[in-house]
Design a binder for this molecule. Structure first.
Ligand code: HEC
Length: 131
């Protein structure tokens, strides 16, 4: 009986340890300006607003103009590193055809920050800090 309580306690401590170690990243390296961006509440909120206001207008599970189905984009759709690549290389069709042009370079950095922080795996794994 005491052995069972002991192992239960061990499992509990392990879980506790894991939850303490798993931290959501609070910064990222920005390859465009070669700077370290520390995430602050205001820029996260702005990024979320750009995401809803611009990106989700199309990436919203309806159809694009050519009637192709669009899947919903969420921060977890891509890993943090992939989000940075999406914003650094701007290779997607929408970036190429000017659908992002209402957002300034600074807006896009904030949007990248927001999506990086919520990217796939950041809430359940330990994401090493880039800077
Ligand atoms: C005017 C509509 C429109 C807007 C606004 C828009 N997109 Fe897109 N996006 C598209 C279309 C159309 C595609 C190509 C769809 C496909 O390839 O299935 C696409 C493709 C993408 C892809 C590539 C998906 C993949 O699977 O590789 C990413 C990433 C993306 N968009 C991100 C964004 C982000 C971030 C924003 C906001 C800044 C945004 N989009 C705004 C229409 C839009």
């Amino acid at each position: 009986m005491t052995k069972m309580i002991g192992s239960l306690l061990g499992v509990l401590l392990l879980l506790l340890g894991a939850s303490v170690r798993a931290e959501v990243p609070d910064r990222r390296f920005d390859p465009i300006n070669q700077t370290c961006r520390i995430f602050q509440f205001a820029q996260m909120r702005e990024g979320a607003r750009f995401f809803r206001g611009v990106c989700l207008r199309c990436h919203n599970a309806t159809f694009d103009n050519g009637m192709r189905p669009m899947s919903v984009l969420i921060p977890r759709s891509f890993s943090p590193e992939r989000w940075t690549r999406i914003f650094t290389e701007k290779y997607s069709l929408c970036a190429q055809n000017g659908s992002w042009k209402e957002l300034s370079a600074d807006d896009l950095l904030k949007l990248n920050d927001y999506l990086y922080r919520g990217g796939y795996g950041t809430w359940e794994d330990y994401t090493p800090l880039e800077c």
